[in-house]
Ligand binder design. Structure first.
Ligand code: F6R
Length: 612
């Protein structure tokens, strides 16, 4: 849940580290710091707060040098404070460490080191790494690299570490296990980072570091070692995103930019996946043909948060169209419930970052029990992408805002494509039906655009409903899934209490909470369930609720019950969730903005949840 960066080269490391950290701020933003080597010593500047606070602190106490590491933190062990901010020093300030992840056995190590006289200045797990390194390097007299190897033998948990030592001003050491780490390969300079956007201004050539690898970066070389200290020959991975993809490009917020990128994202996903002869879909090089699918009798779709809701849409569609039983599971629950998995199981994991700890663990569990794993992933080269048997990339480009928008939409498109693929391979979707669906899908980018042009209308809803204290989102079937995603978005960025309910469940309890002026957002795009949900809306209306409905164009009946209606353009029932979610994204965005919240970096959250 943190971001690490590092630089070694001929230039001043400080601006490189600050620029990298600002691109990683989405990973955590409660404190930040850098350590830079200069003239025989390492200087650290760190502070509670954001990268701008760090910049300000550096203005009054500037540091510089050609070697450095940096960190942006999302607190796990110890409150956000100057002391707990990274980097952390060893005893005599010769070694500085930044860390993303969790050292699970840090208390044991801390106790052991305290017994040897080590003094800890922070409450973090990371400081134990700095002192343990000190112990092996200073006290046991090991070479610094051997000390690093010794430390990783001792520590348990997840970590991407950046380490510098003033006795070795010509090298930066990095280590990875279960936390993302890339190396950027420059000319006369090299970089480390938790994610690509941090280094894209400097280089597009990267090494994707694997678990248990140790990297030694010098100005002119990068050496990657495996856990036996043997050199690993890495392939250069060239990143082909635009640098602007990770910039705001004139939008007020990344979230707004990402909402507006959705037509392009949908188009990109579809144009690459429809076969040229118009008869079906091609899912990259996924080896899930008729033979493999006939061997499968159970599908799990596992993910967290927004990605879980995309997976839930997949469950509804695969069951209804391809007629295979699908369990859609929250990864943090799935991994501890001793699930029924064998070699006849297809495990689909959905993740924007490809690094979510629970999703990764669920995937590994399924794999270890013989399941075939399909990763639906946005971040290229991420852990899930690398470990899954097959990968379907969601081609949304970097998503920077913490609240997921375009990645969700791309995941939903992936669910459409996967459903079609499975149904076609199993012979339950004929070419004529496919062609109708394809033609409807190809209209999606312009339909999303059409919705976006109506953003001012949603802004007006915001003014009317911004003072709501409790919000209910209700719907049935796919509309219920959309409701869940809408409610999550409102919670996470507007900090409004909201609950999604299957409309039919209201009268089994939650309707007791409806009172004068409670806002109920009714999602009623599934025409076969329209009347049922409208009845539920009538029930809440009778109890004083105000109703904002999201309906399909033409279903004007809804106006009799709703205070306001947002119509999405007419489309195939299966495609309606993608469209119905767009006004929800805009509504959450405007409400958050209206309440003065930090839309891109909501409180208590981080983009990439690489800890349990
Ligand atoms: C919500 C949101 C989160 C993520 C979840 C999974 O807007 O972004 O709920 O969807 O943390 O993250 P990934 O997709 O990276 O596995």
């Amino acid at each position: 849940m943190c971001g690490v960066v590092g630089y070694i080269g001929k230039n001043n490391a400080v601006p490189v580290l600050l620029s990298g950290l600002s691109k990683l701020e989405y990973r955590g933003y409660d404190s930040a710091g850098i350590a830079v080597y200069n003239n025989g010593e390492i200087n650290i500047c760190k502070t509670r707060g954001r990268i701008d606070d760090l910049r300000n602190k550096l203005l009054s106490a500037p540091i510089s040098g050609n070697l450095g590491i940096g960190h942006t933190r999302w607190a796990t062990h110890g409150v956000p404070s100057d002391e707990n901010a990274h980097p952390h020093f060893n005893q005599d300030s010769k070694i500085a460490v930044v860390h993303n992840g969790i050292i699970e056995n840090y208390l044991v190590i801390k106790e052991e080191l305290e017994a040897k006289g080590y003094k800890f200045l922070s409450e973090t797990d990371t400081e134990s790494v700095a002192h343990l390194l000190d112990f092996y390097y200073e006290k046991e007299g090991m070479d610094i690299l051997d000390a690093v190897f010794k430390v990783i033998e001792r520590i348990e948990g997840s970590y991407a570490l950046g380490i510098i030592c003033s006795d070795f001003p010509d090298q930066l050491i990095a280590v990875r296990k279960d936390s993302p780490l890339v190396v950027g390969l420059g000319k006369g300079e090299n970089f480390i980072a938790s994610d690509m956007p941090a280094i894209l201004n400097y280089t597009r050539d990267t090494y994707l570091i694997d678990d248990n690898e140790v990297v030694v970066l010098k100005t002119d070389s990068v050496t990657v070692l495996d856990s036996n200290k043997n050199e690993v020959k890495k392939e250069v991975f060239r990143v082909d995103w635009d640098v602007e993809a990770a910039e705001k490009s004139g939008y007020d917020h990344f979230m707004l930019k990402e909402i507006y990128e959705q037509p392009k994202v949908v188009k990109e996903n579809l144009s690459r996946r429809f076969k040229e002869d118009g008869t079906g879909v091609q899912l990259d090089s996924i080896a899930l043909g008729k033979k493999e699918l006939e061997n499968i009798n159970r599908i799990y779709i596992c993910a967290c948060g927004t990605a879980y809701y995309a997976g839930l849409i997949g469950k509804y569609l695969i069951e209804r169209i391809a007629r295979i039983p699908v369990n859609s599971e929250v990864a943090s629950e799935f991994r501890y419930k001793d699930p029924l998995i064998d070699e006849h199981t297809l495990m689909v994991v959905v993740s924007q970052s490809g690094e979510t700890a629970d999703t990764l663990a669920a995937m590994r569990l399924a794999k270890s029990k013989g399941a075939r794993v399909l990763g639906i992933v946005n971040a290229i080269g991420s852990s899930i992408a690398r470990e899954a048997d097959d990968v379907l990339y969601t081609l949304a480009g970097p998503e920077i805002a913490v609240a997921s928008t375009k990645a969700f939409t791309a995941q939903v498109v992936a669910m459409y494509l996967l459903t079609i693929h499975i149904a076609q391979e199993l012979g339950v979707l004929d070419t004529e039906k496919f062609k109708e669906l394809k033609s409807d899908m190809e209209k999606l980018p312009s339909l999303v655009n059409e919705i976006l042009t109506k953003a001012p209308r949603i802004k007006r809803f915001m003014h009317k409903y911004i003072n709501s204290k409790n919000v209910f989102y209700i719907g049935r079937g796919l509309d219920y899934v959309v409701s869940q995603e809408g409610s999550l978005k409102l919670k996470e960025i507007a900090y409004l209490h909201s609950e999604p309910y299957a409309a039919g469940e209201l009268k089994h309890g939650p309707i007791a909470l409806i009172e004068e002026s409670t806002l109920v957002i009714g999602v009623v795009t599934q025409e076969e369930l329209f009347e049922k949900t409208v009845s539920n809306l009538v029930e809440v209306k009778a109890r004083g609720a105000r109703i904002l409905a999201i309906a399909m164009e033409g279903n004007k009946e809804i106006e009799k019950v709703a205070d306001d209606v947002f119509y999405i353009p007419r489309t195939h029932w299966m495609l309606a969730p993608l469209l119905a979610n767009i006004p929800q994204q805009l509504f959450a965005y405007y409400v958050a903005l209206g309440l003065g919240n930090d839309v891109d970096k909501p409180r208590n959250l981080a983009k990439s949840v690489t800890v349990e």
